[in-house]
Design a protein around this ligand. Structure first.
Ligand SMILES: C[S@@+](CC[C@H](N)C(=O)[O-])C[C@H]1O[C@@H](n2cnc3c(N)ncnc32)[C@H](O)[C@@H]1O
Length: 259
């Protein structure tokens, strides 16, 4: 189930109910800390970073033993989250799963509860950068070859998409963002607006609007997304706007002249 970005206001009621009804809550320690205020008698099983497979197996074992389990994932569980891995493991292990209302016999009931992903939380803080076609690319090369990431970025830049970068930097991966900036500068102008959002809608939130050429002079870490505009994106005060095209189609109405 999805926790949203962090602040309690952004946890959807269905997720809150699932947490309340769970007998066991399984998750990465940092995310368990985010929902600690909502927990009462639930058993908590917290694991460390990079223990995703262990975490999912633990959740599956407990569910197979008949317990109600909430496997928590930050943002939206279906976006670089735990929903994919847990379903893959069910498929590999031949476990029949289905929603609680499933008519067919299943080994386990499974429900993926959605949440507000970092890209939506970050976009809201930046104004309206995702009003036209966009792509999301993770810079983490732990599970995806770097050449594939670069190819996707290059094609997205050629297509003039707004580009949302996830996992832009970590302690060990500190060079990729510079390489990405250099690649994007081959297709986008140096003044292309760029939004940087760290800890969106959680403790320590910080937002910056800058340009592609200045991207590297700002703080970016593992709890950051970077939003690179398309050729139409512009800034307005502290906001980024990627026009959808209303001004071309309804010029008089948008300008307020009524003409
Ligand atoms: C494994 S992904 C998880 C994504 C998450 N499932 C989602 O829906 O947004 C982790 C990456 O998401 C981004 N991220 C997650 N939460 C964030 C937040 N509150 N603010 C900014 N970036 C965030 C960062 O780029 C981080 O490296």
């Amino acid at each position: 189930m999805s926790l949203g970005p962090g602040f309690a206001d952004y946890l959807i009621p269905r997720a809150k109910n699932a947490l309340a009804e769970a007998q066991v809550v399984v998750g990465y320690q940092t995310y368990i800390d985010l929902v600690r205020p909502w927990l009462t008698t639930q058993e908590v099983v917290a694991t460390g970073m990079k223990a995703e497979v262990k975490r999912c197996q633990l959740a599956l074992d407990r569910a197979c033993a008949g317990q109600k389990v909430a496997l928590v994932s930050s943002g939206d569980a279906g976006i670089y989250g735990m929903a994919g891995l847990v379903l893959e493991m069910c498929a590999v292990q031949g476990l029949k799963v289905g929603p609680p209302e499933a008519a067919a016999a299943v080994d386990l009931y499974l429900e993926v509860i959605p949440g507000v992903p970092a890209l939506a939380a970050g976009a809201a803080l930046l104004g309206a950068p995702l009003m036209h076609d966009f792509v999301v690319i993770s810079l983490s090369d732990l599970l995806t070859p770097w050449e594939t990431i670069l190819k996707r970025l290059e094609l997205a830049a050629q297509g003039d998409f707004v580009i949302v970068l996830y996992n832009p930097k970590s302690k060990k991966r500190d060079w990729q963002l510079g390489a990405v900036r250099d690649l994007l500068l081959r297709y986008k102008t140096p003044k292309t607006p760029v939004g940087i959002v760290s800890r969106a809608m959680r403790q320590g939130q910080a937002t910056t609007v800058t340009t592609l050429e200045d991207l590297l002079s700002h703080a970016v870490d593992m709890q950051t997304i970077v939003v690179v505009g398309n050729s139409q994106t512009y800034t307005y005060g502290a906001y980024m706007i990627t026009p959808r095209g209303y001004q071309n189609k309804y010029r008089g109405q948008v300008s307020g002249s009524g003409v």
